[in-house]
Design a binder for this molecule. Structure first.
Ligand code: 9MR
Length: 403
């Protein structure tokens, strides 16, 4: 039954991909336009005399066969996995906060065993002024997680974005910058160190430039040079010797130059005995990009370094070239097949002891950052706005349960 379902999903998805490859998209491939050639005028032939046409007998019209919607049978993702299954959540006073939204609470308790704060554990929220740490919302989330048997993945400590303006505009010598950054990390990681709920951190986020794989010229790099990386991980480990420490970035599975730059950076740190436990692949991907073999190859390179692989922010766009105004069944099935493929790649390539887990970046499609960022309709996640499950949820489940 499950095999038939998977086959049907993959076959539908494959035919969709073939169709898109042939005709879809506004991309950069210029498809030759077929212009009908003028044909020679036929020589006029005398018209036969008109004979009355027999009255046609109406054909019985065949009922169109509706495409069957595959059944969604999954009841719990986390029960299918031997590694953490996480989700990004809004917290604090947001309208979709996990603290108050009972619809989201039900989904999280059924399917997930880890949460990441989508925003409220970023530097701008927890460290709004140099001498002010603001832990109210984060503590509320961590307490919620503890009460509901969820772990928390901390996101994030050192980033060029979502830091308070005092930090961006900080003026000081390199030694003062180092003290400032280390105090920031020590205070925040230390705050959550004893609770056993915050089990891991994205210590440094997005340090590599997209274009050439070199270090991004962030405020941290400009003021401390590349040494800021070693300082950050060392401070995090000193503040919590249990938490797993990740380097987190986007486009690592679809941009070989960026991945090579990131892994060279991490290898240099490991060579200097800097404590890094794994690589976070954000994986904001689409139904067709990157290729499955690029994804597998990227995971393999991290496994070969003996590091953990964590998929930290998974979502799958479906509307890159389609101009959809609603999510069609075809697109939803292609998306489900994609989720399944990524989870299967993860299980195939990453051995159990290096699996840091798989987290999706939000609960419902309406919660997602994607429509806003892309400036178009998108449906990147596992649940509809009315909390009903999408085919994508079954795709993840099938990826977790395939042999
Ligand atoms: O999903 C987050 C969105 O709500 C914020 O407005 C945005 C601000 O930069 O950050 C989003 O999350 C990002 C994450 O922290 C780091 N990786 C990329 C994510 C999507 O932009």
């Amino acid at each position: 039954m499950m095999v038939v379902r998977i086959f049907a999903s993959v076959a539908l998805a494959a035919s969709f991909l073939v169709l898109s490859a042939c005709g879809g998209g506004s991309g950069d491939n210029s498809v030759p336009v077929f212009t009908p050639q003028p044909t020679a005028e036929p020589s006029p032939t005398p018209e036969p005399a008109a004979t009355p046409a027999p009255t046609p007998t109406p054909e019985p019209t065949a009922e169109p066969t509706p495409e069957p919607t595959p059944e969604i049978t999954v009841t719990s993702l986390s029960e299918l996995a031997d590694f953490p299954i996480g989700v990004a959540v809004a917290a604090g006073g947001a309208g979709n906060s996990i603290i108050t939204s009972t619809g989201r609470q039900a989904i999280v308790s059924a399917h997930f065993d880890q949460v990441t704060a989508e925003n409220i554990m970023k530097p701008a929220y927890m460290h709004p002024a140099e001498s002010t740490y603001s832990y109210g919302q984060a503590d509320e989330l961590v307490n919620y997680a503890a009460a509901n048997g969820l772990a928390v993945h901390g996101h994030t400590l050192v980033w060029h974005s979502q830091i308070a303006s005092w930090m961006t505009n900080y003026s000081g010598t390199p030694a003062q910058w180092q003290t400032m950054m280390e105090s920031h990390i020590t205070n925040i990681v230390g705050h959550f160190a004893d609770d056993d709920v915050v089990v891991s951190w994205d210590v440094v986020n997005e340090a590599i430039s997209d274009s050439n794989g070199a270090l991004r010229e962030s405020v941290w790099y400009e003021n401390l040079g590349e040494d800021y990386l070693a300082m950050a991980y060392t401070a995090a480990r000193a503040a919590d010797d249990d938490a797993l420490l990740f380097y987190n970035d986007y486009n690592l599975s679809g941009n070989g130059t960026k991945l090579t730059g990131a892994l060279a950076m991490v290898q240099n740190l490991l060579d200097d005995d800097v404590p890094i436990d794994g690589i976070g692949f954000q994986m904001h991907v689409s139904s067709g990009w990157p290729t499955n073999s690029d994804i597998r190859g990227a995971f393999q390179r991290v496994v070969d370094m003996g590091l953990r692989v964590k998929i930290t922010e998974l979502d799958v766009t479906v509307n890159d070239n389609e101009n959809l105004t609603e999510l069609t069944l075809e697109a939803e099935i292609a998306q489900a097949a994609r989720y399944q493929q990524i989870v299967e790649a993860y299980r195939d390539v990453v051995p159990a002891h290096l699996r840091g887990g798989v987290s999706v970046w939000g609960i419902t499609d309406g919660d997602s950052w994607l429509p806003n960022f892309k400036g178009r309709d998108e449906w990147g996640l596992l649940f509809n706005d009315n909390f009903s499950p999408k085919q994508a949820l079954q795709g993840v489940a099938d990826g977790l349960s395939s042999p």
